[in-house]
Design a protein around this ligand. Structure first.
Ligand code: LLP
Length: 433
């Protein structure tokens, strides 16, 4: 579900024509719908309400401060993986007690910053990291709260680069090792190891891997408790899907229907577990588009290329994961206004096969490959959909291309929430002497 729709032949974000926004901010540009962000946040909150979870928005998916603030005002905590993300969470007025800090390579500076900020939990990825945290917290005379990330060895059936729950993954420790970690480090004064963290992959478009991972983890929690460890938190991570091609992602209620019954008995009673969730993509992905302008059309061999002014530096997902993003003109030629948006639209009669490519000097610089599109002309705007998560978040300066602006639409109004970067700004940290 999102608030991007074609009305009278052109694409709108909520009540604002996308073309009007780019008249003002230029291209390429990221445009987000605030109603869509909030809708998806609320969908998770409502579906999982029985568990009273702390929903820690995963900042890495779409880190804009304004968006963090919007979600914080709705009740979100934050999942952070670096000092930079932690500062974003705090600058968005995030409640430190609702911040979880994950990541396999936390530096001492980052750990100190997190201790200074009194965050809720450190999500621990290895024994060595835990030993280091124990040392730093001990030296400072403070007590940190931590959850051990376990790797339940389930296959989330997602891209190999974003699959994290298998035994061979660099994240977390396997279930056997987890028990040993508790035996060795679970009774230290300076770190209260009181939680288990899971994150099996992203996107996970089926519910079974969650069910299997949570079942295995609950068995571990029972074992740890019977060994005398006070486990009071289970963080089930993120990974819920989003609609890229059509409606392939289960809605939040479908995940909840499978997950909530496993945990309802655990959140009450004498030994209650606090549940943490870390959604990112499922909140932000469908809430954002990347808009680009057609620079040139060209033919090479038998292939037609649509060359646009957004490239892999603006949206790297197609290049990195061969990810599919639906692409369609903002003002399609007459007869090509989609009744329903999504991959099926590309079968409309009169569409032509094209590669939508950017200006970056790499063959991997494409936004869509061999895609059926309506006839296009120089100057035409195209929207790249489902770009709200891991879009701007992964943008780079490759080819010395400044970062695009980010715009947030709220009903009939829009505002720039990150200005277009200028050349001077891009080079500001460098010197010629
Ligand atoms: N928690 C942890 C520990 C994570 O590593 C991640 C994502 C999340 C939560 C949020 O997952 P989400 O709900 O967004 O699926 N760049 C890739 C995705 C990488 C995900 C990394 N970790 C992409 O563009 O598909």
């Amino acid at each position: 579900m999102d608030h991007f729709a074609y009305r009278s032949g052109e694409l709108y974000c909520e009540d604002v024509p996308v073309a009007r926004i780019v008249e003002s901010v230029g291209t390429p540009a990221y445009i987000y719908s605030s109603a869509t962000l909030l809708h998806h946040y609320d969908a998770v909150a409502t579906a999982f309400a029985a568990l009273r979870p702390i929903i820690c928005y995963s900042i890495k998916s779409c880190p804009n401060l304004h968006i963090c603030r919007l979600l914080k005002d709705r009740g979100a905590g934050f999942d952070v993986v670096s000092g930079g993300e932690l500062l974003r969470a705090l600058r968005a007025s995030g409640d430190p007690a609702k911040i979880v800090f994950a990541g396999v390579g936390k530096t001492d500076d980052e750990i100190n910053l997190a201790l200074d900020s009194k965050i809720g939990w450190f999500n621990i990825e290895s024994e060595a990291e835990l030993a280091n945290l124990i040392e730093i917290a001990g030296r400072r005379g403070v007590v940190a709260r931590a959850a051990l990330r376990v790797n339940p060895d389930v296959d989330p059936k997602t891209h190999r680069y974003t699959s994290t729950g298998k035994k061979e993954s660099k994240f977390g420790v396997d279930l056997e090792r987890a028990r040993r970690v508790f035996q060795e480090y679970g009774r230290h004064g300076s770190v209260r190891l009181c939680g288990i963290h899971l994150h099996i992959g992203s996107p996970v478009n089926t519910v079974e891997p969650y069910v299997s991972a949570i079942r295995k983890t609950l068995t571990l929690i029972d074992e740890l408790r019977s060994d005398g460890f006070a486990i009071d938190t289970l963080d089930i991570g993120g990974g819920f899907g989003a609609h890229y091609k059509s409606s392939e992602a289960p809605p939040a209620v479908a995940y909840a229907e499978a997950i909530v019954p496993l945990l309802t008995d655990r959140v009450g009673g004498a030994n209650p577990l606090s549940i943490i969730m870390e959604p990112g993509r499922s909140i932000a992905a469908n809430a954002g588009i990347l808009v680009a302008r057609t620079l040139y059309l060209k033919k090479s061999g038998e292939r037609d290329f649509l060359i646009v002014d957004a490239g892999m530096n603006d949206l790297i997902r197609p290049a990195l994961y061969e990810a599919y993003h639906f692409v369609w003109p903002v003002r399609p030629a007459t007869g090509f206004v989609p009744a329903e948006r999504g991959e099926s639209t590309t079968t409309m009669p009169g569409c032509l096969p094209m590669d939508v490519v950017g200006p970056v000097c790499e063959s991997g610089d494409f936004l869509a490959k061999d895609r059926m599109l309506p006839p296009m002309q120089r100057g035409d705007l195209v929207a790249v959909f489902t770009a709200g998560a891991y879009g701007m978040a992964m943008a780079s300066h490759y080819n010395s291309r400044p970062n695009p602006p980010e715009v947030l639409v709220e009903g009939g109004a829009f505002r720039v929430i990150r200005r277009r970067e200028g050349y001077e700004e891009m080079m500001a940290g460098e010197s010629v002497t």
